[in-house]
Design a protein around this ligand. Structure first.
Ligand SMILES: NC(=O)c1ccc[n+]([C@@H]2O[C@H](COP(=O)([O-])OP(=O)(O)OC[C@H]3O[C@@H](n4cnc5c(N)ncnc54)[C@H](OP(=O)(O)O)[C@@H]3O)[C@@H](O)[C@H]2O)c1
Length: 287
């Protein structure tokens, strides 16, 4: 019988599949969520819920009570690092024995954007806590093409130049997390999670066009225009800075490595971009 797991970020892109995956594997799962109604609609009555807010320490003890493992999903918050570290300390005090942290590719790079520095510092804090850990370091998500930068008027606008990335499907990340939290041998391990191929944005547009039968093109946006566009859309300035730093790394082609860690952990090939596009074709046809 696997140990009880608290899943944070359970109403988000990765977390909901982690909670469902664990539940399907017969694990005892508790989803720590801010919005109970949203979570209930998503999960039905299959998954236990606990009120949980990283920004409210008073919710930690109830959510963590009786939990031996945690899936830690750091949400995009300006004080993310501080909040994650406080939560790790609370998890340790509550008797948690293993944290699977969603981190990011690039933590070992010589120079890092702020979002990656936060993940690296939180990894370090977990190491120093003495709680067993597994760090999942994914590359850019395929799902970003309908969450963060969906096509507009049949065009993908990004300041990536000819930059490429080994985009990964978040469903594969969730499968790795569920496996790591229910089987032995993953403690003190770091997995760099990538898709099976390195793609530029023009290739992404070509695959989306082939799969949907609807023509998409890539528009390589100057960085200043990308920044202004986000600010005008109401994205907070701190978040714009964070995202622009990540785009700059992508433009430099620094995150193009393809790894086999997904297959090593799950025994299954990572999803390729065409399959991802087929599975979400309806979302793209509407773009
Ligand atoms: N996007 C990429 O390409 C990429 C690549 C590598 C790593 N990452 C990392 O992936 C993480 C984001 O994952 P994601 O895309 O799955 O996130 P997401 O879809 O934005 O989901 C965020 C989750 O966190 C919850 N949340 C937000 N604020 C909270 C709070 N104060 N207390 C408790 N829960 C809170 C949200 O709940 P509500 O439903 O209540 O809002 C939601 O369940 C980040 O750490 C990022 O650095 C992203």
């Amino acid at each position: 019988m696997s140990k009880p797991v608290l899943v944070t970020g359970a109403t988000g892109t990765i977390g909901r599949d982690v909670a469902k995956g664990l539940s399907e594997m017969g694990a005892s799962v508790r989803a720590g969520v801010r919005d109970q109604a949203k979570a209930r609609k998503q999960f039905g009555s299959n998954i236990a819920l606990a009120p949980f807010d990283f920004e409210n320490e008073k919710t930690f003890a109830g959510a963590l009570e009786g939990m031996e493992k945690v899936f830690l999903l750091p949400p995009l918050l300006p004080n993310q690092l501080e909040l994650m570290n406080v939560f790790v300390d609370a998890a340790k005090r509550a008797g948690v024995r293993h944290i699977a942290k969603l981190s990011a590719i690039g933590v070992d790079d010589e120079t890092q954007p702020m979002a990656i520095k936060w993940h690296g510092a939180n990894e370090q804090h977990i190491r120093e806590s003495g709680v067993a850990f597994t760090f999942l370091r994914p590359n850019s998500f395929m799902q970003n093409f309908f969450t963060y930068f969906p096509p507009r008027n049949s065009a993908i606008y990004l300041p990536w130049g000819k930059g490429t990335a080994s985009f990964v499907d978040t469903r594969d990340i969730a499968s790795v997390a569920a496996k790591v939290l229910t089987t032995d041998g993953h403690e003190e391990k770091i997995y760099t999670l990538t898709g099976p191929a390195t793609l530029g944005i023009a290739e992404v547009a070509r695959i989306l066009s082939e799969v949907t039968g609807h023509e998409f093109k890539y528009v390589d946006v100057p960085e200043a225009a990308a920044r202004d566009g986000m600010l005008q859309a109401g994205v907070p300035a701190w978040q714009v800075d964070l995202v622009m730093e990540l785009h700059a790394v992508n433009k430099q082609n620094r995150w193009s490595t393809v790894t086999s860690d997904i297959e090593k952990v799950t025994g299954t090939h990572p999803t390729d971009f065409a399959q991802f596009a087929r599975d979400h074709a309806d979302k793209f046809r509407a773009s």
